[in-house]
Design a protein around this ligand. Structure first.
Ligand code: MN
Length: 261
């Protein structure tokens, strides 16, 4: 019991960085002496250092707003379940693949999508789920806070679709007609032009898979039932239409600009 407590304290010091850079003989204060005592005990092999948390495993990003901030377009219960349970499960299941594919421990989530064909279905589904949801939260904002498409983006939208309304109609069509679970996307293709596409399950346009129109996603809509069923039941088109009220154009604009640099 005592050793467990000391281990926990040791771990805490490890986490807070108090032990880093401490000078055993020059230190003053209670923290330093406790730290010194722990060092001595560890030196005698009485204590073993608790392993530091692996630095590069995948983490669930917090929602950038409160769970009910997108109401009435997306209700708070849906957001909470979607983020805290669904997204968190993708992260946990992806981390569970690290022992099988150790290189995942240092993989960049976005880069990983581009070589997903080398991996198992479990990695594909969960790395996709983690990437897609991380993107999804940021391309939404409370109604009235998301700004408008920038002049540059409007220009690109007009070039590709004729008008913003036409773009949204095509996007809605892609989202509504995705059979079963999946996503609708506004992407920047390798040639710089905008396009609308959709993917099944947790696939996305960055993945090096056949049947995927590839590009950099700048806007995404989750059309899995878990994204809307509590509030809209089977009325997916109503969810899609209402969702435009909570698009975070500021984020979409900066994602678009990033593809042009
Ligand atoms: Mn989802």
């Amino acid at each position: 019991m005592l050793s467990r407590w000391i281990k926990d304290v040791s771990w805490l010091f490890c986490r807070t960085g108090l032990r880093r850079g401490h000078r055993p003989w020059g230190g003053v204060g209670r923290g330093s002496w406790l730290s010194l005592l722990l060092s001595v005990l560890m030196g005698f092999g009485i204590l073993q250092a608790a392993p530091m948390q692996a630095a590069a495993e995948f983490n669930l990003p917090p929602l950038p707003y409160s769970a009910n901030a997108l109401e009435p377009a997306v209700d708070g219960s849906t957001m909470k379940i979607h983020h805290d349970l669904h997204h968190s499960a993708y992260v946990a299941n992806l981390n569970a693949q690290i022992p099988t594919f150790p290189e995942l421990a240092s993989a960049d989530l976005t880069t990983l999508q581009g070589s997903i064909s080398k991996y198992s279905a479990a990695v594909r589904n969960n790395a996709g789920g983690h990437y897609n949801h991380s993107l999804f939260w940021t391309v939404m904002a409370p109604a009235g806070k998301g700004g408008q498409p920038s002049a540059d983006l409007v220009k690109a939208i007009k070039l590709a679709f004729g008008s913003q309304q036409a773009m949204q109609q095509q996007f809605n069509q892609a989202a509504a007609s995705r059979f079963g679970s999946g996503w609708a996307w506004l992407i920047v293709k390798p040639d710089g032009a905008l396009a609308i596409t959709s993917t099944p399950n947790q696939d996305n346009p960055l993945m090096d898979l056949p049947d995927i129109e590839r590009g950099t996603p700048i806007l995404a809509l989750d059309v899995w039932e878990h994204a809307y069923y509590l509030n809209y039941q089977n009325r997916r088109p109503e969810y899609i239409n209402t969702w435009w009220n909570v698009v975070n154009w500021k984020d979409v604009n900066s994602r678009y600009m990033a593809t042009r640099n």
